[in-house]
Design a protein around this ligand. Sequence first.
Ligand code: ZN
Length: 390
Amino acid sequence: MNFIIKNAEVYSPAYLGKKDIMIIGDKIIKIQDEITINNNLNFLNFQLIDGSHKYIVPGFIDSHEHFLGGGGEGGFHTRTPEIQLTDITKGGVTTAIGCLGTDSVARNLRALLAKTRALEEEGITTYMYTGSYRIPVDTITEGIREDIMIIDKVIGVGEIALEDHRSSQPCYEEFNKVVAEANIGGMLAGKAGVVDVHMGKGKNGLEYLYRIIEEGILSVKNILPTHINRNQNLLDQGKDYTKTGGFIDLTTSSSKVKSQENQCAASLKYLLEEDVPIDNITFSSDAQGSLPKFDKNGNMIGMKIGQVSSLYAAVRSAVLNYGIDLESALKVITKNPAQIFKLKNKGRVKENNEADLVILNRDDLLIESVIARGKVMIKNKEAVVEGTFE
Ligand code: ZN
């Protein structure tokens, strides 16, 4: 199907003003003030989409989703279920990166690779990390370097857990070797070779990352520490760390949300007020992770599952409740992750980029429609493409 979107205000994420957008196949072919179809192009059967009173923004990139489910830390019955296609597309996400988590025994990387491919076959763009929380790192082939180089879908390693009671408590040298292997694999494959690092609440926080900087041999540009908004201490460490040029990732699904308050959006506001460059910040959802609920005495009273929809909800809250402009807020789920993960044709509304687009209602900023690689997945808030078993 080929489309022309007429009269929409475009955030690329930079504000471009009112434009028409031509989509042929899976690509954005033209962005112009006005596109008219002459008779020569009639054979392409363009479908017109009216973009009046809408914003067109890039499809969202979510760098941390537990495709196979996660959790299991409260016994077998607390293992969360697999994700479904529309869990992702309803959240406006058109590019997702899958990871294992704590459990690399009953869940494994081959199954994650199969699920990663399945979601791509269903219409979105997907990648995965090799490994899990654990060091030594579990891999599909002989090692991290080999997985990144040989397996198209493997874009990095993670989430490696540090400073957490569920971490395998690696010494610095062990962690440093993982970073080196990801870096070399990335270089050889022309990929980012990102090390996604799960940060726990341990007080040493980002110490290992600072040691890498001090040694001056490896770069930290391909390390993305996540859950930085876990507590104020870690958020402050993250704030200082960005001044070295490092990137930080905030988790949306585990952050507290009350009607007008969103802890993740509030953290973004805090970081920007502390002069952290917006380009060094990303958000990810941690979808399908388990979210235990505790009573006043610390007893677990129930479980919830992390939602992809929390990703854009935090961005929307940053705009509506915390006064951050839409252009800046969008960057953390579009242009910034595209840059860090070296996804060249993603994360921006740009000619020759892939046609991954989200259409927002201008009045309330809610997601109306989602287009992934030129195919309409969500139309007027309804899923028009469902996963195979939905
Ligand atoms: Zn984690």
